[in-house]
Design a protein around this ligand. Structure first.
Ligand code: DX5
Ligand code: ZN
Length: 217
């Protein structure tokens, strides 16, 4: 069970400091948005490069951008351990996943809430993680969409015994994390739940404990 706090709801003026508040995190989830694929603009490569210089933590880059075929490899070159691109945006997902792995990163595909996993079953052997959006991408602090739960189960089914992480992203909190873990998720993005907490690191541990207990049932 991995907890990957999203810095989208952290203080962008003090990113290094904000990242150091969650030493128990398994990775730092960085939301890159381009105001094309999603109606919001966040940060890009220069900021990710600066984050890379400022922390040893694993970086989990979530690209919500158009044309990831062109831009995603640069994030692997910048030293991110995991790079996720959206299947809705990629032109040649197999080629891109292979390129990311060749550059030494874990390759991951993301699916919006309305995107079928069955349509992408053929490329599951090419990736290290599947990110299932549990809100429409673009903003932190939205409500968790229960309609994605059957897709989490289906993704696990299609993966069989493969060692591929299943990550959920959006509205994950103490209220919703158990449902996700029961359905088969093992990697959890939490933005507002972590950075809105008085003690963000304590929240990371609490979320992990809840996920572990739910999965053991
Ligand atoms: C949404 C982003 C998420 C977001 C999660 O488009 O991909 O990573 O930051 O934030 P919360 O946990 O607040 O829903
Ligand atoms: Zn994200």
């Amino acid at each position: 069970m991995r907890i990957t706090p999203s810095i989208l709801n952290a203080d962008f003026a003090h990113l290094a400091q904000e990242i150091s508040r969650v030493p128990s995190a398994d990775a730092i989830h960085v939301d890159v948005m381009d105001a094309h694929f999603v109606p919001n603009l966040t940060i890009g490569l220069p900021v990710v490069e600066a984050i890379r210089r400022s922390t040893e933590q694993m970086l989990d880059i979530h690209l919500m951008i158009a044309d990831p075929d062109r831009w995603a490899p640069q994030y692997a070159e910048a030293g991110a351990e995991s790079v996720t691109f959206h299947v809705e945006a990629a032109t040649a997902p197999v080629r891109l996943a292979r390129e990311l792995r060749r550059l030494g990163a874990r390759a991951s595909i993301a699916l919006n809430p309305g995107t079928s996993i069955d349509a992408h079953a053929g490329i599951l052997g090419e990736v290290d993680m599947v990110l299932l959006m549990t809100v429409e991408p673009g903003f932190g602090g939205q409500s968790f969409l229960d309609l994605v739960l059957p897709k989490i189960r289906r993704t696990r089914e299609l993966l069989g015994g493969r060692d591929v992480w299943v990550q959920v992203d959006g509205g994950v909190s103490v209220e919703t994390i158990e449902r996700c873990a029961e359905a088969g998720a093992d990697t959890f993005v939490a933005g507002s739940a972590v950075y809105g907490a008085d003690d963000p690191d304590r929240m990371v541990q609490q979320l992990r404990d809840l996920a572990q207990a739910a999965c053991a049932h």
